[in-house]
Write a protein that binds this ligand. Structure first.
Ligand SMILES: Cc1cc2nc3c(=O)[nH]c(=O)nc-3n(C[C@H](O)[C@H](O)[C@H](O)COP(=O)(O)OP(=O)(O)OC[C@H]3O[C@@H](n4cnc5c(N)ncnc54)[C@H](O)[C@@H]3O)c2cc1C
Length: 447
């Protein structure tokens, strides 16, 4: 081989000398590659929110900058950041920083409106903007942080069971959410995003039917509490110890908003009175309106379960305590400790009740006596959007000869934080299906 061949070519020859196949991808292709790619799914890809992409595969992989042509031999300079070659059976890390990441083409062929600026709307909009480059995404919401239900929540990842959703699906959603947030927690983004790792105890006055809940393999270090730990809680006979993640709000919601804008997404304040207002302006509507879906989509199956919490200043508390019934909990966070709680079915009021606050404080102090010393207490009330199962599906609304494509992602009740990334990914997949459908329809109509 001649010595004036490019760096890329020479490295390729050196590594592929053993006749192993070589996979060549440009940075753009890598960024938009599906989770499994290469010949016969030879490589799998994991994306981290920090921009790092890990590739695992059996064959060498060469990543070229986008300006490169697809002919390796013509490469004289391959930027070291972009060039990663993995020998057999290795994981290679390709870090794409914000400026390195190929800009998402400003193609506005498919316009997407996401209704709802709470946790579900923002996380779904971010996921769509990361995964579907030929879309423009606008979040339309009556309220944004700090005025959403999501801002009231403790934001702790302990799943609730949705009766109408298969358990394997709930495990997947939880695992995807946990892994996503754990990778943020392990990155320089953790403080901006407000993600912390929190260990603690879930205690029971009577042993639960499932001593090892369906999510016990996903959280970290799950074990049954020892007798000496349980002695701290005289009225309790059984307990579970584990570490999980907590999203601090508003910071996490603001971080999602920043991410969305960085990906080219937009926000529009205002209430959507009738979903048909959006017809003609947007090709696909994603409904993340939570309780708003009752009025907007006539879903009489969704209703509020009101919850009141106290946010107190108690920086010495770093360990959570939760009564297994969910009635009482103490969740330390970055700037405050959340004390809860209440569950009042079908109550729409957002007004805190001071007698309820006293009762919450009494229950929490019984579990953690050092709370007696707290000052600075804020009362907050939120409405959990409850329905038998999360509604995650496509719908085509018809009016006269007009068709409006909708993807629903709402009804996460008291467990939205625990599954939000998983359901956002599923909603994104449904949007992708709709995009394909729309582009097929457009192609056919041009023929
Ligand atoms: C007290 C309390 C504690 C909680 N603790 C936890 C916890 O520790 N862990 C956990 O996993 N979950 C917890 N949750 C549950 C969690 O908060 C919810 O599941 C989650 O916030 C729901 O998010 P969402 O985006 O669907 O709803 P929301 O945050 O209510 O967002 C809905 C958005 O839609 C907008 N909207 C509605 N209708 C319209 C319309 N017509 N036009 C335009 N915009 C509209 C609203 O303005 C809002 O911005 C808790 C909830 C409460 C109340």
């Amino acid at each position: 081989m001649s010595s004036n061949r490019g760096v890329g070519a020479r490295l390729t020859e050196a590594l592929v000398g053993g006749l192993r196949p070589l996979i060549v991808l440009t940075l753009r292709e890598l960024s938009h590659a599906p989770l499994h790619f290469g010949c016969c799914d030879t490589h799998s890809k994991t994306e981290h929110p920090t921009g790092q992409i890990n590739i695992k595969g059996r064959y060498p992989l060469l990543v070229l900058p986008d300006r490169a042509s697809d002919c390796v031999e013509t490469q004289d300079v391959v930027h070291p950041l972009f060039l990663q070659i993995c020998a057999c059976a290795q994981t290679v890390s390709v870090t794409l920083t914000v400026s390195d990441r190929p800009a998402i083409a400003p193609m506005d062929t498919v316009k997407i409106a996401v209704i709802g600026g709470g946790l579900m709307g923002l996380s779904t909009a971010v996921c769509i903007s990361e995964s579907i480059p030929q879309c423009s995404v606008t979040v339309i919401s009556e309220a944004f942080s700090p005025n959403t239900t999501s801002d009231v929540a403790a934001g702790v990842l302990i799943p609730h069971k949705f009766q109408g959703t298969p358990i394997h699906q709930q495990i997947n959603w939880f695992k995807e959410t946990f892994d996503y947030l754990f990778s943020i927690y392990n990155s320089a983004e953790a403080s901006d995003a407000g993600i912390i790792l929190l260990s603690g105890w879930q205690i029971f006055q009577t042993p639960p039917a499932e001593k090892y809940p369906f999510w016990s393999d996903v959280v970290l270090g799950f074990r049954l509490m020892s007798d000496s730990e349980l002695k701290k809680f005289p009225h309790y006979v059984f307990g579970q110890a584990f570490a999980t993640l907590k999203c601090e709000c508003p910071p996490y919601l603001l971080w999602l908003e920043k991410r969305l804008k960085r990906n080219g997404g937009q926000e529009r304040a205002g209430k959507v009175q009738d979903v048909w207002e959006l017809y003609g302006q947007y090709d696909i509507v994603v409904n993340c309106a939570g309780l708003g879906s009752r009025e907007l989509f006539g879903d009489k199956g969704i209703y509020p379960v009101q919850g009141q919490v106290l946010k107190v200043h108690a920086p010495w508390l770093t360990h959570f305590v939760r009564d297994g019934s969910g009635s009482t909990y103490i969740y330390p966070g970055i700037s405050s400790v959340t004390l809860g709680g209440t569950r009042v079915q079908n109550e729409w009021s957002l007004k805190p009740d001071s007698s309820v606050s006293k009762e919450i404080f009494r229950r929490c102090t019984a579990l953690v006596p050092s709370l007696e010393g707290v000052q600075e207490t804020r009362e907050k009330v939120g409405l959990r959007p409850i329905r038998p199962a999360v509604r995650l599906e496509r719908e085509v609304l018809l009016r006269g000869g007009q068709r409006l494509h909708v993807v629903h992602n709402y009804g996460h009740g008291g467990g939205g934080f625990s599954v939000h990334r998983g359901t956002a990914k599923e909603a994104t997949r449904l949007v992708e299906e709709t995009v394909t459908l729309l582009s097929n329809t457009m192609t056919k109509s041009k023929l």
